[in-house]
Design a protein around this ligand. Structure first.
Ligand SMILES: Nc1ncnc2c1ncn2[C@@H]1O[C@H](COP(=O)(O)OP(=O)(O)OP(=O)(O)O)[C@@H](O)[C@H]1O
Length: 465
């Protein structure tokens, strides 16, 4: 139900307004003094959708009270009713975010329209606040699950760094260790949670496209740039830009990024005007950036700039005690999503989960548990769908790879990701680890292939000739 607080010391007018809006379905409280309104709104935490307030009350000024209420963080649309408001009062009301300033005697038609607009605005704001709150709850540091000392360290660092205004954080770790999750925790549990969270995978774009994605472009900046485009840096203004796989970024683009980070301003591609932004950067890499910098394959000045605060995310095989809490949380999630009833995990399954080396880390664990829960038919997590042995090394009898063909089992023993990995590895072997030729054979781009090679730890770089 919509709630309204009326602050009015003219008793007759106050009761008339109260009756009128109660008839229209509002839940109304009436205060004749600011002290009473303060008690309701600040002390008791009443959160009215709309406040109709007189300006001059026996114990103070309505504008001062609005300022006090805003400082206490209370939202709500504020409408002033006043017999005589000076220009300065009207300006101050606007500065404090009041919705309107209506003169007495009241024009009820106008008041109804203003209140309807206020209620609409309040509902929209509430929806946004609710969704931000849900994200904030979903991405609190506790969302990084694990009872190991290493997981506790990550949670503590995320909690600490989220609270301070820092311009960049580096998340390092193997694929699937939770870098994306950590980036969201930094954003949604910090002071920027109301701002945008924009993420981009640097490995997914060729160089020129990544530049215009990040910095935007003016119309006609290059062939195909028909209209002006606001880049991701601009879109992330007031929030966080998450640059995944930053190690894949071209060196020239890295220096442009470094300059933009240092100045907090940049130009769109083909643009003259400098655009100012306030962006926090969270960068992630599953490659050792220090190593890449030593080999001059990553700019060391950019590395130093982004690695002031680095959170290394441990692999799952280094903290196997976390498998248990992760499995319980994942079962809970997938039970709820799929309406399943898995309650117990047989000892043999725990044994297999602990024995496995988890090259794809938590992402791989998540896929395995998802498959088992979805295919379950009772209270026990079924062991038959684990498919862990195949994940380590696909069964040569089940998979056949010869000539231009690959044969894969479609009996649930291999997950889609495992098939993807197997196809890429086989194609790489057949093309002597030549990335260009392999990409052509798979009908994909070099960038996409490189990304998958990284993701699956196929380390073509060591073999590339
Ligand atoms: N400690 C954790 N607690 C709960 N969920 C986790 C944890 N670590 C990872 N996950 C989940 O595992 C999945 C993979 O994690 P995420 O995408 O964050 O990994 P990543 O390190 O960014 O991988 P990549 O380098 O391949 O992009 C996500 O669904 C994420 O929510």
């Amino acid at each position: 139900m919509q709630t309204m607080t009326i602050i009015e010391d003219e008793r007759l007018l106050g009761s008339e307004l109260k009756r009128r809006f109660e008839r229209e379905g509002w839940q109304v409280t009436l205060s004749e003094t600011l002290a009473d309104a303060r008690h309701l709104i600040i002390d008791l935490g009443l959160t009215p959708t709309v406040v109709l307030s007189d300006m001059n009350l026996p114990d103070g000024n309505g504008l001062d009270f609005l300022e006090e209420v805003r400082e206490a963080g209370v939202l709500g649309e504020w409408i002033f009713l006043s017999g005589y408001g000076t220009r300065r009062d009207i300006e101050r009301a606007a500065e404090l975010g009041a919705l309107d300033f209506l003169a007495k005697p009241i024009d009820y038609h106008k008041l109804d329209l203003t209140i309807a607009a206020g209620a609409r605005g309040a509902r929209a704001r509430q929806r946004i606040a609710d969704s931000t709150e849900t994200e904030a709850r979903k991405f609190a540091p506790e969302a990084f699950i694990g009872t190991s000392p290493a997981a506790a360290r990550v949670r503590a660092m995320l909690g600490q760094l989220a609270q301070v205004p820092i311009s960049s954080v580096l998340l390092s770790g193997e694929t699937g260790t939770g870098k994306g999750l950590a980036a969201k925790i930094l954003h949604y549990s910090g002071p920027r949670s109301d701002g945008p969270f924009v993420d981009v995978n640097c490995a997914a774009f060729p160089k020129d496209l990544l530049e215009s994605q990040l910095f935007g472009h003016e119309s006609g900046a290059f062939t195909g740039a028909r209209s002006r485009h606001r880049g991701l840096l601009e879109q992330a203004d007031g929030g966080t830009l998450f640059l995944d796989e930053i190690g894949e970024m071209d060196l020239g683009l890295q220096s442009k990024l470094l300059k933009a980070l240092e100045d907090q301003r940049f130009r769109r591609v083909g643009g003259e005007r400098e655009i100012e932004v306030d962006v926090q950067l969270v960068a992630a890499s599953n490659r050792d950036l220090r190593d890449l910098a030593a080999q001059e394959r990553f700019r060391s000045d950019l590395y130093h700039r982004i690695s002031v605060f680095e959170i290394p995310l441990p692999s799952l095989r280094e903290r196997k005690e976390d498998i248990e809490p992760l499995v319980h949380a994942l079962i809970r999630d997938f039970n709820a999503q799929a309406g399943k009833q898995v309650r117990t995990v047989p000892e043999a399954v725990w044994g297999a989960l602990h024995a496995y080396h988890w090259p794809g880390n938590v992402r791989e664990l998540r896929n395995v548990i998802e498959r088992c829960v979805l295919l379950s038919s009772g209270a026990e997590l079924p062991a038959e769908w684990l498919g862990l042995a195949q994940a380590a090394a696909p069964d040569p009898a089940a998979t056949q790879a010869a000539g231009d063909w690959i044969r894969l089992p479609l009996d649930g023993s291999m997950a889609l990701d495992e098939m993807d990995r197997f196809i890429i590895r086989t194609a790489l072997e057949r093309h002597d680890y030549n990335v260009m030729a392999t990409a052509r054979a798979l009908g994909t781009t070099r960038e996409t292939l490189r990304y998958r090679i990284q993701k699956y730890g196929l380390s073509a770089a060591e073999h590339r000739r």
